[in-house]
Structures are given as structure tokens and as C-alpha cells.
Design a protein around this ligand. Sequence first.
Ligand SMILES: Cc1ncc(COP(=O)(O)O)c(C=O)c1O
Length: 402
Amino acid sequence: MIDIRKHFSIFDARPGLVYLDSGATALKPTSVIDAVSGYYRDLSANVGRGLYATAEETTARFEAIRERTARFLNVRADEIIFTRSTTEGINLLAYILEGRIEPGDNIVVTALEHHSNFLPWKRLAKRCGAELRVVPFEENGSIRPDTARSFVDSRTKIFAFSAISNVFGTPNDVSTIVRTAKALNPDILTVVDAAQAIGHTAVDVRELDCDFLAFSGHKMFGPTGVGILYGKSTLLAALPPYQVGGGMVFDSMADDPTYMDAPHRFEAGTPDIAAVLGLGSAITFIESIGIDRIHAHEVGLATRAVAKLRETFDDTLRILGPTDERESGIVSFTLDGIHPHDIAAILGERDVCIRAGEHCAAPLHRALSLPATARISFSVYNTKADIDRLIEKLWEVKVMFT
Ligand SMILES: Cc1ncc(COP(=O)(O)O)c(C=O)c1O
């Protein structure tokens, strides 16, 4: 996908850059950068308030992106809540669900989770006197599709899990997990952290049939500062607001203020309008390439990288998850005798950007008894030449430590 790189002006400014950290955040295409700056240049008005031309146009464009996002996910526009990020979406949800959890209930999460989909539930369980149940993962980095059978019972209120682990890169069978959990307990609420799935693989939320789903714009070529929380309209209709303030209330003077319907009830205050407009451009960018093409490209590179890493580093290398065909663009590994932080720091000095540490997934690393791992993650702008450069520079690191 060499021609795709021309959409990323950062490669003009930094021609030697090998960016293998798209799992942390994706680079931004020029169209997204233009959408953000275009808002400040041409509109700069607030949404849902003013009655003059730029204000009305800003509101119309903002709401059009809600509809765009809903089509992208195959859901309804009133089921799309604009948040700041995956983290904010899941914290918002944990906050508004508090009234539904009683002492003796339980909340199920998995040991694969990013802290964003672990800590809000851990805190909620503690606050409500509920039990937090942590589902272990399989060797390939996914949870068993029928895992609910061992963890869900009549007191389970929430089952929260990720679509793709940010460390293993292995997808979970979301629709089967949801179906199995609902069959055991129809009242359970299923929450999917799709931070590493959206923009990398097709996500049809209606088909997954989860109750809630969260992701961040910045991991799918959009700007930082915008995320999405999807919620089934029937559920959102019965949930209380999160923050209260402007843009979400009908009668603030009543003893019990009356609030707007979803999604506006959950969007108090001025949103990051420029970021939302940028998110719209990110969706256009993804659709112009095609999600299946993006997926195939990333999986192809990850599979190739694993083969090359194994060929070069042999039994001093440990790959997390499958060592043949990969199912996403994420690959985590360790090299005997070299701390992942040293690997990442030395590669960084050579303009090869990877991530090292626990990747905000302490339960996963604890389960594997690993203090840290090194992670590479591919996107549309990566090439086979990036893998060659990674291997070359990684070999230099190995030589330094032997
Ligand atoms: C699986 C997963 N969930 C949640 C997050 C948190 O995303 P954000 O920091 O954008 O809220 C990340 C970020 O790396 C992630 O990989």
C-alpha cells in the first residue's frame, strides 16, 4: 500500500520514520488534519445553541457525523454518544450503571483487558459490594467463546470484554460470547471494548448484538479527544445522565430536573467539535480504502513479521499468541536477556517506533509472569520495508547485549 503513504504528511517531514505503534495511536491522514483545522478556520461555532449561519452549519455537520458513525457501525444515530475516548466511554457507563448493582451481584471481566475496561468495573464492584470475576485467557490470547458457562450466573449484572486484545492481537468471538451469556442470563449487560478492532476489521454492532461498545477516534486515524460509546436505545432510554450541565436539560429549575433523551442526555457541555468532524473524515478515509483491504494488509504484515522474527531470533524469541497466521496487526514478543524497555528505547533512537511495557494490561502480564513485553502494531501505511528495518535494528540491539 505504498500509495496510501502519500496521505500521511508525517512521512514527508520524517522520511526515515518506521512507525510500528499504531496500537497506541494511528498516524493521521491529511484529510483528517484538514477537517480539524477547517473547523477552526471556517466555522468555530458551538453546537446545538446558536441561531446564526456558522452555528447552524456546525450543528448540522456535527449531527451528520453522528449519523455517519451510526451507519459505519450499523446502528441508530440516537445510540451514538460522543465521548472523549474509550476510557471515558467505559467510565461513563460504569457510573450510570451504578444504581443497578447490589451487594452480592457480580461483574465479569477478562484477564485480557486494558486497564480502561478493568479498573472502572473493579471500582464499581467494590463500591457496590459486588464480586469481580476475572475470566482467564487461552494460550492463543482469546477467551473461550463459551466461557460464560463457567462465570455467568443469575447474579451477573455485567460482562465486559475486549473485541481484540491490545497485547496478543487475537480477536474474541464477540457474538458467540454475547449469545452464550444472554442464554444463561437474559438480563446481563454485555460491554465490548472495541478500541483495537474499529478501523482494523469490520464491526457490525447489530450483528454482534452487544448492549454497549466503546472505542477511541485516535486509534482509527481520527483526532485525539473524541470517542464513541454505543448503547442499545432501549437501555439508554432508562439510564440516568453522567455529567450534568449545558445542552442536556429541559427544565433545570425543577426539583427533579428533566433531561433530554439519549444521546444528548449523556453529552453535557461543549464537545470536542473539531475532533468529531475529524472522526467523520477518518471514517471516509477508511471507507475509501475498504475495511477488508485494511485488515488483509495488517494481518499480512503481522504474519510476515512473526515469520521473520522467528527466522532471525530463533529460540531466544517468545511470541505471544499464534506463531503462524496472525489475525490482526498486533504482535507482542520478548527477547531473552533484553528488557523490552531497552529494546524500545534503542529502536527509538534509530527511528523505529515500537511500544514496551505492560501496555496498560497488568492482569495479562501477571497471568503470564512477564514484567513487560515489546509490541509492534501495523496499519495501512506500513510496508514490508518497515519489517526489514525493524529486523535489522533489532539485530543491532541483540548484538549490543551479547
Ligand atoms: C483495548 C484497549 N482498550 C482501551 C484503550 C484505551 O484507549 P484510550 O486511551 O484512547 O481511552 C486502549 C488503548 O490502548 C486499548 O488498546
